[in-house]
Write a protein that binds this ligand. Structure first.
Ligand SMILES: [Zn+2]
Ligand SMILES: [Zn+2]
Length: 460
C-alpha cells in the first residue's frame, strides 16, 4: 500500500466527559426569589410534589422523612397541622427541611422561601399564621392568564398581612366550599386547591363573597404600608451576604433614640406611646420586639423596617447591592423626615390649627393630622406647639368647670324631685338619674348635694 493512499481519520478525544451530578428530585425553580412576592417553602413542596405526580404526603414520607432529624421522624408531619406553618419560618424545622430539600434538588436558594435569614432578628411569636390565607381573585387571575404559575407567596403567611395589595380585599382564611381552615401543608395540598374538598380556591370579582364589608381607608393605608415594607424585606433577603446579627436591633434603637430624642429614652418612648422600660430593654438588646411592634414603630417614624434595621449593614455592604429603585429610596433613609420636612407649609398648618374656630386638639392629634412625629414639630416650631398645647389645656379646664356646674344643677333638681315624691335623696339614687353617674367623685358636686339637702332641711 502506498503511503500517499492512506486516509487520515478524525481525532477522538478519549478524556472522560464530566457529567454534572444529578439531583434526586426535580430542580424545580422557585417563583419570585428576590421579589416581594417570593414563594413560600410549604407552597414549593406542594408544587414539587405535583411536578412528581405525587401528593405532598407521599413526597415527604417516601423521600424526605428519612433525612429529617429523628425528632420529627417519629411524628407524622401532617398530624402537627398547625406546626406546618413553622416550615416557612425561622426555626429548626424550617432549617432542617431546607437543608434536606436543597441537597435533594441541588438548589442553594430554597432558604429564601423561609424567614431563616431573619432568625436572629424577629421572635417567632405572632410572626407567621398557622393556617393558609390567600387572595381568591389573584388565584383566578393567575389561572386565566395561562402563563402564570399558581403558587403561594410567603407574604400571605405574615400575621400582619390581612389584605391583598392588588385587589384591596381581605385575604380568605377559610375554604369557600367546605368552610374549613387550611393548614400551610396537608397530605393533599395543591397550590390553589383545598386539600380537604379538593375544590378550586379562586373566584372571579363577581362572586358573591360572604365577607362584603368594605375595608376602611385607614385599614387599606396601613395594610399597603405593611405589605410594602415586608415585601421590601423579602425582596432584599437574597442580597444580604449573611443572616443579620441580633445586635443590629439594639443598635437601631440606640440610633433612633439619639436621632429623634437626643438620646433621651423616656422621651422617645413617650413619642411612640410605649412603656419606657420596654424601649430600654430593646436598646440594651435584652429582648427583641415582635414584628408587629417593629411595624408600628417604623410606621410612626416613617421609615421602612429594612431602613430601620439595616441602614448600617447596607452602607457597609453597599458595593454588594446593585442600584435598584428600592435602594435609591434607601439612600434617603433616616434623614427622610429632615429632608422632606416642608417647613413653610407645616408652619402655615400649625397657625391654621391655632386660629381655627374649632374644638382645640392635643398636640398628639395635631402631629398625627400633619403626618409628622410630635417631637419633630416641637423641635421646629416650639412656640407654636406650646401655644396649641396651652389652648388645649385651657379648653379642657373650661370644659371641666362647665361639666361640674351642669352636674351641680342636675343634683339640685334631682333632690327637689325626690323630696316632692317623698323619697330620701341619697347619692346612689341621684346617681342613677344623672347623665354622668360618676360625678360625685368631685367634691364640688358633693357640696352641691349637701346644700340642696340643707335647703329642704334634710341636713343640719
Ligand atoms: Zn389579590
Ligand atoms: Zn374545602
Amino acid at each position: 500500500m502506498l503511503a500517499n493512499g492512506l486516509t487520515t481519520y478524525e481525532c477522538w478525544d478519549l478524556k472522560k466527559v464530566s457529567i454534572p451530578s444529578r439531583s434526586r428530585l426535580y430542580q424545580l425553580e422557585p417563583v419570585g426569589i428576590g421579589t416581594s412576592l417570593v414563594e413560600s417553602l410549604t407552597g414549593y413542596i406542594s408544587r414539587l410534589a405535583e411536578a412528581h405526580c405525587v401528593t405532598p404526603k407521599v413526597l415527604i414520607s417516601r423521600e424526605l422523612v428519612s433525612f429529617i432529624p429523628k425528632t420529627y421522624r417519629t411524628t407524622n408531619l401532617f398530624e402537627m397541622r398547625s406546626l406546618t406553618g413553622a416550615l416557612n419560618g425561622l426555626g429548626t424545622m424550617a432549617f432542617d427541611l431546607v437543608t434536606v430539600l436543597e441537597s435533594m434538588t441541588l438548589r442553594s436558594d430554597l432558604r429564601f422561601l423561609t424567614l431563616l435569614t431573619w432568625a436572629n432578628i424577629f421572635p417567632q411569636r405572632k410572626l407567621l399564621r398557622s393556617r393558609r390565607a390567600w387572595c381568591p381573585y389573584c388565584y383566578e387571575e393567575w389561572y386565566s392568564s395561562k402563563d402564570k404559575v399558581i403558587y403561594e407567596p410567603l407574604i400571605w403567611f405574615f400575621e400582619a398581612v390581612t389584605v391583598c395589595h392588588c385587589h384591596n380585599k381581605s385575604l380568605c382564611q377559610q375554604c369557600l366550599h367546605c368552610k374549613r381552615d387550611i393548614p400551610p401543608l396537608a397530605s393533599y395540598s395543591r397550590p390553589g386547591y383545598c386539600p380537604y374538598c379538593l375544590e378550586w380556591l379562586g373566584v372571579t370579582a363577581d362572586y358573591p363573597s360572604s365577607d362584603n364589608t368594605p375595608l376602611s381607608k385607614e385599614e387599606i393605608m396601613w395594610q399597603t404600608w405593611v405589605i410594602k415594607t415586608l415585601g421590601e424585606l423579602l425582596a432584599t433577603t437574597p442580597r444580604l451576604s449573611k443572616p443579620l446579627q441580633r445586635e443590629i436591633v439594639a443598635q437601631a434603637f440606640c440610633r433612633y433614640v439619639e436621632q429623634f430624642a437626643e438620646g433621651n429614652t423616656a422621651a422617645f418612648a413617650r413619642m411612640l406611646e410605649i412603656p419606657k422600660n420596654k424601649v430600654w430593654m430593646w436598646q440594651m438588646g435584652k429582648v427583641l420586639p415582635e414584628l408587629n411592634v417593629i411595624l408600628k414603630i417604623c410606621f410612626t417614624l416613617q421609615v421602612s423596617v429594612l431602613d430601620f434595621l439595616t441602614q448600617e449593614t447596607l452602607k457597609e455592604n453597599s458595593s454588594k447591592f446593585p442600584a435598584t429603585p428600592q435602594n435609591q429610596v434607601k439612600d434617603s433613609s433616616t434623614k427622610k423626615l429632615e429632608v422632606k420636612f416642608d417647613s413653610d407649609r407645616t408652619q402655615q398648618l400649625l397657625e391654621n390649627v391655632l386660629q381655627a374656630n374649632e374644638q382645640p386638639l392635643p398636640m398628639t392629634a395635631v402631629a398625627k393630622r400633619l403626618g409628622y412625629p410630635k417631637r419633630v414639630l416641637y423641635r421646629h416650631f416650639p412656640e407654636l406647639c406650646r401655644a396649641i398645647s396651652a389652648e388645649y389645656v385651657k379648653y379642657m379646664k373650661e370644659s371641666r368647670v362647665k361639666r361640674i356646674e351642669q352636674c351641680c344643677e342636675e343634683v339640685k333638681q334631682a333632690v327637689r324631685q325626690f323630696h316632692t315624691e317623698g323619697i330620701y335623696p341619697s347619692e346612689a339614687a341621684i346617681s342613677k338619674l344623672l347623665a354622668k353617674p360618676g360625678c360625685f367623685r368631685d367634691k364640688q358636686v358633693r357640696a352641691a348635694l349637701r346644700a340642696a339637702r340643707k335647703e329642704i332641711s334634710l341636713e343640719p
